[in-house]
Design a protein around this ligand. Structure first.
Ligand SMILES: [Zn+2]
Length: 265
């Protein structure tokens, strides 16, 4: 079992999980691929001392009905169980940063608001893109909840990069979606990176991977190279949201691109 906790300066980071999904690779890489793919959902808990932040929010209480034919969700424990194991109540969460509006990232944050004291942060461009998606798209399905959150005041729309709380900075790195944001955790000269779906698993460390799920593959490729180069240069641990096992890695440059080596203390 890989380590699930790290210290970034004075900030405590813990990787929680919301189970595993199984889907046809064709759903991720386009028609023709008949393999099954397993993806974890590794939600990141960031404790800065003042704030208790979640980066992304898993699939939520259950698999939405419209996905039942395409996805299978396997879990013995869910995000709420893991949060409790980490010693926290849902009421303790103060901020939730959503990388984008795909269903496997927003579940517990918006449906229903499971964290009564948290402000949920979404990029304006991600919401705008989702509004234009077809009815059955999972990003589109998140729109009413996000709009309701804005109306009720528990959701805040961001317009570009910024600091959410001291030590937690978001950067817009589009490609997988418009307004897709990644999070840098920084304290006392240390840094860690949550790439979300810009590079969600080790296979995505190959910048030339063309994924059917990226809205703009060329932007994704460019951003992936820039961000992974920075992570390698800073020797920052990177948290891979969908990687089942080695979800905490350091990035090394290789001839072909990048590789992730398991992070150790
Ligand atoms: Zn995802």
């Amino acid at each position: 079992m890989a380590s699930d906790s790290l210290d970034v300066g004075s900030i405590k980071v813990r990787v929680l999980d919301d189970g595993i999904f199984i889907t046809d690779a064709g759903n991720l890489f386009g028609e023709g691929s008949r393999q099954k793919i397993r993806g974890a959902m590794h939600v990141v808990l960031v404790a800065t001392g003042e704030a208790l932040v979640l980066l992304d929010a898993g699939f939520g209480p259950e698999l939405p009905e419209y996905l039942e034919s395409r996805y299978e969700l396997r879990r013995e424990k869910n995000l709420m169980d893991r949060l409790e194991e980490a010693g926290h109540e849902p009421e303790d969460i103060t901020h939730i940063v959503l990388s984008h509006l795909d269903v496997d990232h927003v579940g517990w944050a918006i449906n229903p608001p499971s964290f009564p004291n948290a402000t949920v942060y979404v990029q304006k461009d991600a919401l705008e893109e989702a509004r234009g998606m077809p009815e059955e798209d999972s990003r589109r399905k998140a729109v009413p909840a996000v709009e309701n959150g804005v109306y009720e005041g528990w959701c805040e729309l961001l317009d570009g990069p910024g600091e959410i709380v001291e030590g937690l900075r978001v950067e817009v790195r589009s490609g997988h979606s418009e307004g897709h944001q990644i999070s840098w955790i920084e304290s006392d000269g240390d840094a860690a990176l949550f790439t979300a779906d810009l590079a969600p698993a080790k296979i995505w460390l190959n910048p030339d991977l063309i994924s059917g799920v990226d809205t703009d593959p060329e932007a994704a490729r460019k951003n992936r190279i820039e961000v992974l180069t920075e992570a390698a240069e800073r020797d920052a641990p990177v948290i891979l949201y969908h990687e089942p096992r080695d979800f905490l890695v350091r990035i090394r440059k290789t001839e072909e691109g990048f590789k992730g080596v398991p992070w150790e203390d």
